[in-house]
Structure formats: structure tokens, C-alpha cells
Design a protein around this ligand. Structure first.
Ligand code: DOR
Ligand code: ZN
Length: 347
């Protein structure tokens, strides 16, 4: 039996596109379906000025297929020396949509991130005043804190003090992975929200580590116990306006993933919506999918909903997705949810 669902064209509120060859290869998977994406600035070197962001935006637009009307929303990579006037001017001119905080050393290309959060308080003051959103990679980088505890310790030690000091600062806690983060967002005021990735709704740490290590399931924050995945899924399907999709689709060449020191990141852009449709359907909450992928994020970012719609169709037989994409510089493995997918997108 075919089943159809028409929804407002979705947006992805956390996306890695990289640059050069990878950018050209991965962008169409997102731009075909999504209306807008918040583009992560963790290139080498990172996007730290409005001029960098504008030049990067031009390269993204240049790489777009002609018939895709996708809008990249640019971000600045926050450092302890970010020029606050540049930030404010770029935000006022709509050249940037948010600012990204990476604790130094927390993840891919974060070595130029922040060590001393207090040094950012002047910048937060300005962002609070002008309404610029702070996107946060919420993991503490302390060798004494176990990697599976880094998110909830970050909430206690760093995020909560920031939010208490700047109650009107709009904050997105990115790619949450724990029940503690879900509870924190649920009990915060309306200025605090969270993105949830596709892969964290599918995998737990057993899937990554039991029966052999699966490097393509390694991402940061690292997947946690099953009870945390269930808490994330319940938050995503709840319709609660504080939770929305940020895929964190993060392409790396297979040679960098399947290595003695593998990179973090799951490349979910090609099959994200079919996976989500299936998960929401399994929870008998397909009606909440549109809020999670198309409505809640736009509202939080104070942007109009996309005017177009897309159609999701449930097919009789499993839909095939490529398991890799091939680029002139190497192959990139597409995230494997581990179950057949029956939904396809007619954009
Ligand atoms: O898994 C991840 N990959 N998490 C991040 O925070 C960064 C991302 C990347 O850039 O590869
Ligand atoms: Zn990311």
C-alpha cells in the first residue's frame, strides 16, 4: 500500500559541506531536498570573519546545481579573539545567521576553538543584545572526564552558567545525545533549543562497538546507551518546539574513517528524510515529522517557513540508496541505518 505525506520543504539546522571536491559532491544531496541549512564553519582554516563566510557562501552557491533553490545560512567560528563589531555588522546585514562555539579540541577541526569561555562573555553580551544565535558544541574537553560523560558535564560547568548570565541569549545546543540534555532543554526557557541528528536517533554505542568497531558510526558527541537514544527519539517525535533537525551530516573520505585514528562524522545527507519518516512512522507519530524538520527550526531562527512543499512516498519495496559516493579524491560512505528504507522523497 502506498502512503504519502506532504510537508513544508524542510531545513537542516546543522550541516558540514566542507569545500572543493567534497563540497561539489555532497551539496546536491542536501540542496535537492532542503530549503536552507546552517553551514558549519570548521574548515581548515576555519571561517572566523564575515568576509570568510561570504566567500565560502559564494563557493557554495557556485557549486549548486542550476535547478536547486537552496539557501546556505552562514556561521562564524568563534574564537577568543573574534571581532565583535565584524560579527554584529555581518549579522545586521544578514551575512551570517549564527555563531558556532567549539570548545578547543572537542571535535574535527576545533583546535582553534575556545579554551576560556569567560573570555567570550563580552561577545555573548553583544549577541544577546542583537539577537544573534549561539550554536554550541556541548562537550567538555577535560581528559579527566570520560568521553561518555562529556555532554552532561558541559551542561553543568559551561552551558548553564552562560544561560543564567545571558537569559535572553538564543542558544542552540547542537546534536544532543543524552537524556540529561533532553531534560535540560525541556526545562529551559524558550531561548534555548537543541538540534538532534538523524544518526543519533538510530544508533547507540553497542551498534558502534559490539561485535567489531564500526568506524562509520563514530561521530561526536559519541553515541551513548540505548536509553539516551530513546530519550532523543521521544523528544524528536514529541512536536516540542525546542527540538529540531540538525543532521550534522559530516562527510569524510573512507581512508580517514577506516584508519587507526578515525575521524568523527556520519554522512547522512542522502538518506536522512527516508530514515526520519520511517522512525516517526514506527512511533505512530508521522504527523509530527513536519514540526521537527520544517517548522520548529525556522521559528526558532525567526525565519519564515519555506513556501514550497515536498512529498514523501512510502513504497511497497525497500528503496535503494547508494552505500558510497565516489569523488575524484576518494570515496565517502553513506550512513547505513541498519534497516531497509521504504520512504522516498519527491521534491
Ligand atoms: O561527528 C562529528 N563530525 N561531530 C562534529 O562535531 C564535527 C563533525 C565533522 O566536522 O566532521
Ligand atoms: Zn557538526
Amino acid at each position: 500500500m502506498t502512503k504519502e505525506l506532504e510537508i513544508v520543504r524542510p531545513d537542516d539546522w546543522h550541516l558540514h559541506l566542507r569545500d572543493g571536491t567534497i563540497l561539489k559532491s555532497v551539496l546536491p544531496y542536501t540542496s535537492k531536498i532542503f530549503g536552507r541549512s546552517i553551514i558549519m564553519p570548521n574548515l581548515i582554516p576555519p571561517i572566523t570573519t564575515v568576509q570568510d563566510a561570504t566567500m565560502y557562501k559564494d563557493r557554495i552557491i557556485e557549486a549548486l546545481p542550476n535547478d536547486h533553490s537552496f539557501r546556505p545560512l552562514m556561521t562564524l567560528y568563534l574564537t577568543e579573539t573574534t571581532d565583535v563589531m565584524d560579527l554584529a555588522e555581518g549579522f545586521a546585514k544578514n551575512l551570517i545567521s549564527a555563531v558556532k562555539l567549539y570548545p578547543a579540541g572537542a571535535t574535527t577541526n576545533s583546535s582553534l576553538g575556545v579554551n576560556d569561555f569567560k573570555r567570550l562573555y563580552k561577545i555573548f553580551e553583544k549577541m544577546e543584545e542583537i539577537g544573534c544565535i549561539l550554536c554550541v558544541h556541548g562537550e567538555i574537553v577535560d581528559p579527566d572526564v570520560d568521553i561518555f560523560d562529556r555532554e552532561h558535564v558541559f551542561i553543568e560547568r559551561v552551558l548553564d552558567p552562560i544561560i543564567r548570565t545571558f537569559p535572553n541569549l538564543k542558544v542552540v545546543m547542537e546534536h544532543i545525545t543524552t537524556e540529561e540534555a533532553v531534560n535540560y532543554i525541556e526545562t529551559s526557557n524558550e531561548n534555548v533549543a537543541a538540534t538532534i541528528t538523524t544518526h543519533h536517533l538510530v544508533i547507540n554505542r553497542n551498534l558502534m562497538l559490539a561485535g567489531g568497531i564500526k568506524p562509520h558510526y563514530y561521530c561526536l558527541p559519541v553515541a551513548k546507551r540505548e536509553k539516551h537514544r530513546v530519550a532523543l527519539l521521544n523528544a524528536a517525535v514529541s512536536g516540542n518546539s525546542s527540538f529540531f533537525l540538525g543532521t550534522d551530516s559530516a562527510p569524510h573520505f573512507d581512508s580517514q574513517k577506516e584508519s587507526s585514528c578515525g575521524c568523527a562524522g556520519c554522512f547522512t545527507a542522502p538518506n536522512t528524510l527516508p530514515i526520519l519518516a520511517q522512525l516517526f512512522e514506527q512511533e505512530s507519530l508521522l504527523k509530527e515529522l513536519e514540526k521537527f524538520v520544517s517548522i520548529n527550526g525556522a521559528n526558532f531562527y525567526n525565519l519564515p517557513l519555506n513556501s514550497e512543499h515536498i512529498k514523501l512516498v512510502k513504497e511497497e519495496y525497500p528503496v535503494e540508496f547508494p552505500n558510497k559516493i565516489f569523488t575524484s579524491e576518494g570515496d565517502i560512505t553513506v550512513f547505513d541505518p541498519g534497516f531497509p528504507l521504504y520512504w522516498s522523497v519527491k521534491s
